[in-house]
Every structure is written in C-alpha cells, then in structure tokens.
Design a binder for this molecule. Structure first.
Ligand SMILES: [Zn+2]
Ligand SMILES: [Zn+2]
Length: 192
C-alpha cells in the first residue's frame, strides 16, 4: 500500500522571511545561502548568551569575595550623598553656606556609634573645615541640631548605645533605599 504524502505547506524562511515550500519539515531556510546565514546567527546568539552567563557568574563570584567593609563603604557613600542633597550647602556646625565643599558629618561618629551611621537624625551637611579640621565642631553642632530636630531626638541619639551588626543584605537594602531617595530629590529639583 503506497503512502500518499501530503504536499508540504509553504512556510516563512527564518532568515529572510520569504515564503518558500520546504522539502521536509526540518527545513527552516529557503536556500543554502539563508541556511548558512541562519546557522551563523544561531552560533553567534549562543556565544553571546554564554558570554553573558559567564560575565554574570563572574560578577557574582567577585561580589561574594568582597569583605563586608566594602559594602559598608559603598552604603555609607550612598547614604552620605543623600544627606548632602537633602540639606544642601549649609554647615550644621558653623552655619556657613560658602565653603568650598560640604560633607555628610556624623553627630556621633561612626567609630563611636556605628549603629547610627545610617540614621538620618545623626548625619547632616557640614563644611569640610568643621568636618575634618575641628573634628566635627561638636558643641555648635549640638546646639543647631536641637534647633533643627528638637531636644527629644537629640537625646534619643545620645542615649542610643545598642551595638548593631550589619549584614550584607541589610546594607544592600539601605543602599538601594538611599539611592532611590537621592534620585527622587534630584528628579524633583529638575522638575521645579
Ligand atoms: Zn531565505
Ligand atoms: Zn562649618
């Protein structure tokens, strides 16, 4: 008994998109030229995908080998950038608005109270002179801080002595939060 083969239906060439009638169901390109081109594209795409995967794996390994102090620094930088944007160019200690540069100055230092290193009440814009040359110029800092946030919140900072150990995940979260807040401030300023 002879099998009657149905004539193959025309389909679209995967390379040039022209309609063609395939000799069999496996044929996906209209011509040898398109078949070669298609094979090249597939190899290239596979290579790109593999390179991308390798890069991602490498970045992940690299990130995993970084010490916690690296993420602490990165996070402090993101937080400090936000504080400077929040406050603008004004020194919490001496009140100057014309200094060459402004830093994010901790009221209680990161060395003394690491648990307050990312506390918004504890960090304010400060001129570089007060920040680096007068070790924080702390007496006027306290007076102006009370004016700014109220005595209650200053006392809360001063009595907070609960040590805190940051985890990598926690730092990732804090960093993302303050990067987003900074972007929001910059976006609002641009719109104003
Ligand atoms: Zn073709
Ligand atoms: Zn100052």
């Amino acid at each position: 008994m002879a099998t009657i083969l149905k004539p193959p239906k025309p389909k679209k060439c995967k390379c040039c998109s022209e309609k063609f009638t395939p000799r069999n169901t496996l044929q996906t390109a209209c011509s040898p030229k398109c078949a070669i081109q298609l094979a090249k594209q597939l190899t290239q795409r596979k290579q790109q995908r593999e390179e991308k995967e390798q890069r991602a794996a490498w970045n992940k390994r690299k990130a995993a080998t970084k010490p916690l102090s690296h993420w602490m620094n990165m996070t402090q930088r993101a937080f400090n950038d936000y504080i400077r944007a929040r406050d603008g160019e004004i020194c919490i200690s001496c009140g100057s608005t014309t200094a060459v540069s402004y830093h994010a100055g901790h009221y209680r230092t990161t060395a003394a109270a690491s648990q307050l290193r990312f506390n918004e009440d504890n960090v304010h814009s400060q001129c570089s002179a007060c920040n680096t040359h007068q070790s924080g110029n702390i007496s006027p800092y306290r007076i102006n801080l009370i004016t700014k946030i109220g005595l209650q919140r200053v006392l809360a900072l001063e009595s907070n002595n609960e040590p805190h150990r940051y985890t990598r995940e926690e730092l990732d979260g804090i960093r993302a939060r303050y990067r987003a807040l900074l972007r929001e401030i910059l976006r609002q300023r641009e719109a104003a």
